[in-house]
Design a protein around this ligand. Structure first.
Ligand code: FES
Length: 145
């Protein structure tokens, strides 16, 4: 069980790019999660595409690409609804991103998901001196923005 953990100020979640942090899964593995700004709050999604789970949606250089309320997969261009996580187009059609529960209160964002524990802000490899990141998704892209 994870207590409510303060993540950041909602003002620090950019309209473009999102805000990346890392959680510990129940099996002890680290998983990147990114916050995105919605019209009426904040959502948090695990940082991998549902079409190819080794494909990151949030990339270190540009963050998550947002377009018309959607999150664009950098590899094949499927767009996931930023509020629901659902994708109705392209190679990931019919899938939904893996959500992490967060709450916004008085302009602050908290991790409230009982299935994961906060590890650190930033990418998974930023909180450890262990360079073995074989378990983490890589990032490849056939697209430019
Ligand atoms: S890897 Fe994301 S749509 Fe193919």
């Amino acid at each position: 069980m994870s207590p409510r953990t303060h993540l950041t100020s909602a003002d620090d979640v950019p309209e473009q790019g999102g805000w990346l942090f890392t959680v510990e899964e129940p099996d002890g593995s680290l998983r990147e999660v990114f916050l995105v700004e919605l019209d009426d709050g904040i959502a948090a999604w695990k940082n991998y595409c549902q079409h190819e789970t080794d494909q990151e949606l949030y990339r270190e250089d540009i963050g998550a690409v947002m377009r018309d309320g959607g999150i664009v997969c950098p590899k094949h261009g499927s767009v996931f609804d930023a509020a629901t996580g659902y994708c109705d187009n392209g190679k990931a059609a019919g899938s939904t991103l893996a959500e992490v529960d967060v709450t916004e209160e008085l302009g602050q964002v908290y991790l409230t998901d009982e299935d994961v524990a906060f590890s650190h802000a930033g990418p998974a490899d930023a909180g450890s001196e262990d360079d073995d990141d074989d378990d983490m998704p890589g990032s490849t892209s056939h697209m430019t923005f």
